[in-house]
Design a protein around this ligand. Structure first.
Ligand code: FMN
Length: 175
């Protein structure tokens, strides 16, 4: 699947909106992710307004990309019945949802950037306050999405040194 290797972090976008259809596709892709016990302990906050983007940037110290991005989607952990929450599976659920959106964005010809919120407590607290996120919901991460100002080459980071066969430390390639 060549889209996967074409995905790169994009930090400058053109002034072209992401269409409502594309936004729905991105959200569907996020929600198509696997989740522990099919718990789907997530929720999505779509931000497109200038005010919303500025609020996000004021709360996140590595979010310069949002300046030009037309769209920001935050993924939050929303604990359902608290079955899986105490064990912390929600972290993996939210990460899988974000990665799905990044891949779908690439497939749609869009660029994207994953920006972590969790586990930085100051980011979580600020974003909660600024966006009216309730205490029992954890803003986990955000994705900036838009048409890239310029492309980046696809990447293949295969690291044979860290691929083992049968026993940890025994390389798959026999070297
Ligand atoms: C959990 C996570 C958090 C990240 N947080 C940020 C961030 O806050 N700001 C940012 O500019 N990039 C962030 N990145 C993007 C990484 O810097 C980027 O994925 C990495 O440098 C590899 O580059 P590539 O995505 O183009 O392959 C994050 C990536 C991940 C997976």
């Amino acid at each position: 699947m060549k889209e996967l290797f074409a995905r790169r972090s994009i930090r400058k976008y053109l002034d072209i909106p992401v269409t409502p259809e594309q936004i729905e596709r991105l959200l569907r892709a996020g929600m198509a992710a696997p989740s522990a016990g099919d718990g789907r302990e997530w929720s999505f906050l779509v931000v497109q307004s200038q005010e919303g983007k500025e609020k996000f940037m004021s709360a996140h110290d590595a979010s310069g990309a949002v300046k030009t991005a037309p769209l920001l989607i935050m993924v939050c952990a929303r604990f359902r019945e608290e079955v899986y929450a105490p064990e912390g599976f929600w972290v993996q659920d939210c990460a899988a949802a974000i990665e799905n959106m990044l891949i779908e964005a690439t497939y749609l010809g869009l660029g994207s950037l994953w920006m972590a919120i969790y586990p930085r407590q100051h980011r979580i607290a600020r974003i909660r306050t600024l966006f009216g996120i309730p205490e029992e919901v954890i803003p986990f991460g955000a994705v900036a999405i838009g048409v890239p100002a310029r492309g980046k080459p696809p990447i293949d980071r295969y690291m044979a040194d860290y691929v083992y066969l049968e026993r940890y430390g025994q390389r798959l390639d026999g070297r």
